[in-house]
Design a protein around this ligand. Structure first.
Ligand code: C2E
Ligand code: CA
Ligand code: CA
Length: 253
């Protein structure tokens, strides 16, 4: 994989798939997350888990992230031209971007190339990436916000994050890690913890979305705890662009 990345990017082998984020009360699509897939000519469809860690180690993940972001902007432009409803799309970014002062401006430049309003683009950064270098994360997130992009803390609660982090970072969205939903629910103690995280986030005026919702029971508990946004197989799996488009086209307005 290693020696071929540049060619693969040029040949369009790495593409974003889209997973819907929904309002659990109505099932309406409120946005989506772009997740990279590699259509490898020999190995077939590769999932990010099989190559992202490799390219995190040699730094090339930066090129992958920027490529996917550009593909997303290009796709959104085509949705707009075809009058499909535009919703926020989030992209994943490695912590390696924290050390790149040019990162926020690059996003501005790419979004501008396709005339995509910044508030329709969301930058997802994992809690573990933030914990490795909170000051650098803080600085980049502020810059991104100043440019009008949305920011999200991904995998929240997966490690030992402190609640102080939430206060300091002032992100727009908290994405609650799927381990809470899948491993810990319907446990009583888990519900108490989850309920307080949800209330805390909402009081700080951050949106909360739960990842990994796979059953109606999980959805019902989350709604009872005050969270109405979800991403998970119960609602939709990640899909290639054309399939997600068909889903978007079924939305009213
Ligand atoms: P993530 O950002 O936490 O993305 C969510 C992952 O959870 C996706 O796996 C998605 O398919 C999976 N998922 C969604 N709903 C459910 C569910 O209900 N149940 C279960 N069991 N899983 C669910 P995927 O696509 O394999 O991506 C894995 C990870 O790879 C992502 O985790 C993200 O950390 C990373 N990744 C994906 N695309 C990119 C990218 O463009 N750049 C970077 N740097 N990392 C990426
Ligand atoms: Ca993510
Ligand atoms: Ca996540």
């Amino acid at each position: 994989l290693n020696g071929r990345l540049e060619t693969a990017l040029k040949d369009g082998e790495l593409v974003p798939w889209f997973q819907a984020k929904v309002d659990m009360r109505t099932g309406a699509i409120i946005g989506s997350e772009a997740l990279v897939r590699w259509n490898h000519p020999v190995h077939g469809l590769l999932m990010p888990g099989s190559f992202i860690p490799l390219f995190e180690r040699n730094g090339l993940v930066v090129d992958i992230d920027m490529h996917i972001f550009e593909q997303v902007c290009m796709t959104m432009q085509s949705w707009r031209l075809r009058n499909l409803p535009l919703r926020t799309v989030s992209c994943n970014f490695s912590r390696l971007h924290f050390d790149r002062p040019e990162f926020p401006r690059q996003l501005v430049e790419i979004a501008g190339r396709y005339a995509i309003p910044h508030d329709l683009l969301e930058v997802e950064i994992t809690e573990s990436a933030i914990m490795k270098n909170p000051e650098a994360a803080w600085l980049r997130l502020i810059q991104l916000k100043q440019f009008g992009f949305k920011t999200a803390i991904d995998d929240f609660g997966s490690g030992y994050s402190s609640l102080g982090l939430v206060q300091m970072l002032n992100a727009d969205v908290i994405k609650i890690d799927r381990s809470f939903v899948q491993r810990d629910l319907p446990g009583q103690r888990a519900q108490i913890v989850l309920g307080s995280i949800i209330r805390l986030a909402l009081e700080l005026e951050m949106a909360v979305i739960c990842e990994g919702v796979e059953t109606a029971e999980q959805a019902a508990i989350l709604m009872r705890l005050g969270c109405f946004k979800a991403q998970g197989f119960y609602y939709a799996t990640p899909e290639p662009e054309n399939e997600f488009e068909a889903r978007l086209a079924m939305q009213i307005s």
